[in-house]
Design a protein around this ligand. Structure first.
Ligand SMILES: [Zn+2]
Length: 243
């Protein structure tokens, strides 16, 4: 086991020597659209799209020993401790299929996690390519999220937007004619509270990447198309991979 790990590590160093991996952390608050960007950009650049939430759910489904302990912690309503998240993420990044690099969607969430990531890449004689922060004005986020409507028929669940993707008849689902509703999470006052909470939690991470370098903020508004946002993030990643 030990010797296999050593050999894999050796092979990885060789590969990295000839083709530097691209590691991106993609950050953005509620409604910033980071999930959509990561989902599209990762396959375009040949990178893995990793979100710790999805990794944990998959591990639980696979019923591995790690997955079983995660399930216990989640069922108890507790936060999964960093050691487990780190182990999971390292294991995933170590897979040869992910040696080209990865887009980390919503990680790190704390300064300690950011420091761990720097140390991991340092151990592998490489580095984080860029930390991208998607910035969207508050009013635009509120317009995006508070305009969302979802079909009340849970087996349909089609989503609409009163401005960007309206149904044919106001308040009625095109597909099943059920009434549309607004999720409690999307009400303007709840959106504002989520934004305030996100900013407070994000400040130390932005400060950290400001100190160690590699932070790239991308400002977008509701006037930008998803394709424009994607192009901006892509050029930030490619420019940073050359430095
Ligand atoms: Zn419907």
């Amino acid at each position: 086991m030990k010797i296999t790990r050593f050999l894999i590590g050796f092979a990885r160093s060789l590969v990295f020597l000839f083709r530097r991996p691209i590691y991106v952390t993609l950050m953005g608050g509620p409604g910033a659209g980071k999930g959509t960007v990561a989902q599209t950009l990762a396959p375009e650049l040949g990178l893995a799209h990793l979100s710790t939430g999805a990794l944990m759910r998959r591990e639980v489904e696979k019923k591995t020993p790690l997955g079983q302990s995660i399930e216990k912690i989640m069922k108890a309503g507790k936060l999964v401790p960093d050691e487990i998240v780190f182990k999971l993420l390292e294991q995933e990044l170590e897979r040869p299929a992910n040696w080209r690099g990865a887009i980390l969607d919503g990680f790190p969430r704390t300064r300690a996690q950011a420091e761990w990531l720097t140390a991991l890449f340092g151990k592998w004689h490489t580095r984080l390519t860029v930390a991208v922060q998607l910035e969207v004005p508050e009013a635009d986020i509120i317009e995006r999220l508070s305009g969302r409507r979802v079909c009340s028929n849970t087996s349909c669940g089609t989503t609409y937007h009163v401005t960007f993707n309206p149904p044919k008849t106001e308040g009625v689902c095109d597909k099943c004619q059920s009434a549309l509703m607004q999720r409690a999470d999307d009400k303007p006052e709840v959106v504002l509270a989520r934004l305030v909470e996100y900013r407070a939690a994000q400040a130390p991470i932005l400060a950290y990447y400001g100190e160690v370098g590699g932070l790239w903020s991308i400002h977008t508004t509701n006037k930008n198309t998803p394709a424009q946002v994607l192009a901006n993030v892509k050029s930030a990643v490619l420019a940073s991979s050359k430095r």
